[in-house]
Design a protein around this ligand. Structure first.
Ligand code: NDP
Length: 248
């Protein structure tokens, strides 16, 4: 369980997996700050859902890859809630292309949001967590970061990078009461995967022992465990939530 009065930041909490995480943490008693990049309407809806679960919720617009925006996010959360206990680095994008055709901007965009964004938010969260001698960080990677995927070399690099990054942070702050872990979802029904052609979705289902896509709530379940009071001795781990796809 998450302790009463904990304050969580969920990046990319306006839609998909991040929204499910925000709602789940709220149900367990945390107040939640949702960061999102551009979609005001879905962020407002997500905030209403979090408030309906009984929590305080504020939304913050900005790019996790921008140092200025991240500074504003953490300043805003500090002013609104007075502290930061939990950080879920979930904001992520894809710009798929085969390696031979991959443009530099496609590579840079994905690395900046997924990996640099995780670094900027983690750095900003650590100071208040170290002061409080308590903190929980969960970074959202992907099975693609574990096993690769044709057409996603940029995304795989960013998601594998998140795993090494998290292990290093976990080692640095383990003695300060702070844990850092990774969840690596398989294919989950969200807008990110919604655009895949039905034929491709069928192929994917064929590769998953569970025979289906995952649900955002199933990822949120694992995040809720990792940020809970009882998970203080779990750190540097990568938990795949993938219907048995990788079984590492
Ligand atoms: P969605 O595309 O549904 O939602 C992405 C969220 O991230 C949105 O709220 C979006 O904001 C926000 N976001 C994107 N870029 C930025 C940015 N630069 N700064 C701030 N916020 C940003 O994604 P999913 O829910 O599907 O994915 C969430 C995470 O899970 C990602 O890291 C993804 O890589 C990972 N994942 C997803 C899988 C899947 O099958 N869906 C599988 C494995 C991993 P806005 O709403 O304003 O656009």
């Amino acid at each position: 369980m998450i302790g009463e009065g904990r304050v969580a930041i969920v990046t990319g909490g306006g839609r998909g997996i991040g929204r499910a995480v925000a709602v789940r943490l709220a149900r367990e008693g945390a107040d939640v700050a949702i960061s999102y990049r551009s979609n005001d309407a879905t962020a407002q809806e997500a905030a209403e859902e979090v408030r309906a679960a009984g929590a305080r919720c504020e939304i913050f617009k900005g790019d996790v890859a921008s140092p200025g925006d991240v500074e504003a996010l953490f300043k805003g959360v500090g002013e609104a809630f007075g502290k930061i206990d939990i950080l879920v680095n979930n904001a992520g994008v894809t710009r798929d292309n085969l390696m031979m055709r991959m443009k530099e901007e496609e590579f840079d965009d994905v690395l900046k949001t997924n990996l640099k964004g995780t670094y900027l938010c983690t750095r900003a969260a650590l100071r208040p967590m170290i002061r409080a001698r308590w903190g929980r960080i969960v970074n959202v990677s992907s099975v693609v970061g574990l096993v690769g995927n044709a057409g996603q070399a940029n995304y795989a690099a960013s998601k594998a990078g998140i795993i090494g990054f998290t292990k290093s942070v976990a080692r640095e702050v383990a003695q300060r009461g702070i844990t850092a872990n990774v969840v690596a979802p398989g294919y989950v029904e969200t807008e990110l995967t919604g655009s895949l052609p039905e034929k491709v979705k069928d192929q994917i289902r064929g590769q998953v022992p569970a025979g289906r896509f995952g649900e955002a709530e199933e990822v949120a379940e694992v995040v809720a465990f990792l940020v809970g009071e009882g998970a203080g001795y779990v750190t540097g781990q990568t938990v795949a939530v993938d219907g048995g796809m990788t079984m590492q």
